[in-house]
Write a protein that binds this ligand. Structure first.
Ligand code: IMP
Ligand code: MG
Length: 179
C-alpha cells in the first residue's frame, strides 16, 4: 500500500491538530443543543471516529450511506441512498460529517433531503475542502483543510475502495490509476 503513494500531503500529526480544532469549535457552538452527528459512509468514518472524541459535549451519532462515485476519480452526478438514518430528526441539531467537499453534489442532495424531516438545524462539517471543483452552491460551516485539485487518499478516503486505512493523506503514483 505504502509503495503506491507518490507523496504524503498531510501527516497523522497534522490531521490530529485539524480535527481537534474543529471538535473544539463544535463543542462551543453546540452547548445546550441537541447535537446529532451524522457520518456519511464510508469516507468520513475515520474522521467521524476522531472528531466525536474531540467533541466534549453530549451528542448522539448516526450513519447514512450514499453512492455518488463509481470506481473512478470523477463524479457521476448520481446520488443513491444505500442506507438511511435510524434517528428521527425532529428537534435535532444535525451536523453532517463528510470526508471531502468536492463538487458538492453529494452533500447538497443529502442536506435537501434531510431538511424535509424537520430537524431544528442542519450544518455541514467536512475535513477536506476542494473549493475549486464546486459545481453547486454549497459551503461547509466547519471545514478543516483546504486541498488543491488533486485526488487524495487515506484517512478514510479511497481510490477504488482501497487506501482508506492509511493513517495519513497522500497522492497516488500515476501508474496506480492505469493498473
Ligand atoms: P462531491 O459530491 O463531488 O462533493 O463528492 C464527495 C465525495 O467524493 C466524497 O465523499 C468522496 O467519497 C469522493 N471524493 C471526492 N474527491 C475525492 C478525493 O480526492 N479522494 C477520494 N475521494 C474523493
Ligand atoms: Mg468515496
Amino acid at each position: 500500500m505504502e509503495q503506491d503513494i507518490a507523496r504524503v500531503l498531510y501527516s497523522e500529526e497534522y490531521l490530529r491538530e485539524a480535527v481537534q480544532k474543529i471538535g473544539k469549535q463544535i463543542s462551543e457552538d453546540y452547548k445546550g443543543k441537541n447535537l446529532l452527528m451524522v457520518s456519511v459512509l464510508k469516507g468520513s468514518v475515520v474522521f467521524m471516529a476522531d472528531l466525536m472524541r474531540a467533541v466534549t459535549i453530549p451528542c448522539s451519532i448516526d450513519f447514512m450511506s450514499v453512492s455518488s462515485y463509481g470506481s473512478g476519480t470523477k463524479t457521476s452526478g448520481v446520488v443513491r441512498i444505500l442506507k438511511d438514518l435510524d434517528n428521527d430528526l425532529n428537534g435535532k441539531d444535525l451536523l453532517l460529517v463528510e470526508d471531502i467537499l468536492d463538487s458538492g453534489m453529494t452533500l447538497s442532495y443529502i442536506r435537501e433531503m434531510l431538511q424535509q424531516r424537520n430537524p431544528s438545524s442542519i450544518r455541514l462539517c467536512t475535513l477536506f475542502d476542494k473549493p475549486e471543483r464546486r459545481s453547486v452552491d454549497i459551503q461547509a460551516d466547519y471545514s478543516g483543510i483546504c486541498v488543491p485539485d488533486e485526488f487524495i487518499v487515506g484517512y478514510g478516503l479511497d481510490y477504488d475502495e482501497k487506501y482508506r486505512n492509511l493513517p495519513y493523506v497522500g497522492v497516488l503514483k500515476p501508474e496506480v490509476y492505469t493498473k
